[in-house]
Design a protein around this ligand. Structure first.
Ligand SMILES: [Zn+2]
Length: 251
């Protein structure tokens, strides 16, 4: 398991909670020494164009700092996807997040849809035909759903459940019954934790979700799996939650 990270993700590129100072530091501190860190290259504009319209790309470019960090985040997701395809599970410790970025618009602290860009590239390279995205962030990834809207190439799965056990059961059952995918990609948002905005999950639940995703990948797609960071805003619990997820996600 490799961690994809770039020091520029420490930069405070705007004033939203995803860009808050100290957020990445909390997670790096919990993971360094346990995993090897790898730096991504920025995504190319042709990578963005597989998901986003030119006008949207131009409008993000209006803020050069956001654009530069956004290219690195998308590049991080691409690298995680390529490594996963080659049989090395990877986690993109990246920001800005991406799952609220649609082809022609964005909101919710997102600019470019990192996970969609990574999946579209693998499809473009004819490495995969079908992908499953599990998005366990508190919020529905409208950008990801809009990007793939009903195409057979991708199943977007955003579990819901007001009760902790119901939420976990839905994930376990779906991953236990869904088949025929070439890769599983995870939009890993930690804002559903009991001490974060969603107030629901315990830290050990992220271990369970990671383990079910790992088992799914081994049974269905030769172990091909990667995850990228989405939300998660309580810096005092983010590190242990990410670590718990990765322990389950790693062999
Ligand atoms: Zn969220």
């Amino acid at each position: 398991m490799k961690i994809i990270f770039h020091p520029r993700f420490y930069e405070v590129y705007t004033s939203d909670p995803a860009s808050a100072p100290g957020r990445m530091e909390a997670m790096v501190k919990a993971l360094e020494g346990k995993y090897e860190f790898i730096e991504p290259e920025p995504a190319q504009e042709r990578d963005l164009e597989r998901v986003h319209g030119r006008q949207h790309i131009q409008s993000v470019k209006g803020d050069l700092l956001v654009y530069e960090i956004g290219l690195l985040a998308a590049g991080g997701a691409i690298l995680a996807g390529e490594m996963a395809f080659d049989g090395q599970p990877a986690f993109g410790l990246i920001r800005p997040p991406g799952h609220h970025a649609s082809p022609h618009s964005c909101w919710g602290f997102c600019y470019f849809n990192n996970i969609a860009i990574a999946i579209k590239r693998l499809i473009h390279e004819e490495k995969i035909n079908r992908a499953l995205i599990l998005d366990f962030d508190l919020h529905y990834g409208d950008g990801t759903a809009n990007t793939f809207g009903g195409t057979r190439a991708l199943t977007y799965f955003h579990p819901e459940g007001a009760q902790r056990q119901t939420f976990l059961d839905v994930i376990q059952q779906t991953l236990g019954s869904d088949k025929n995918y070439d890769i599983i990609a995870i939009s890993a948002g930690f804002d559903r934790h009991e001490e974060d905005w969603g107030g629901l999950l315990k830290t050990e639940d992220y271990h369970s979700i990671g383990k079910w995703a790992r088992e799914f990948s081994i049974e269905n797609c030769q172990g091909r799996r990667f995850a990228v960071l989405e939300g998660g805003y309580n810096h005092s619990v983010l590190g242990k939650n990410v670590r718990s997820f990765l322990q389950g996600f790693t062999d």
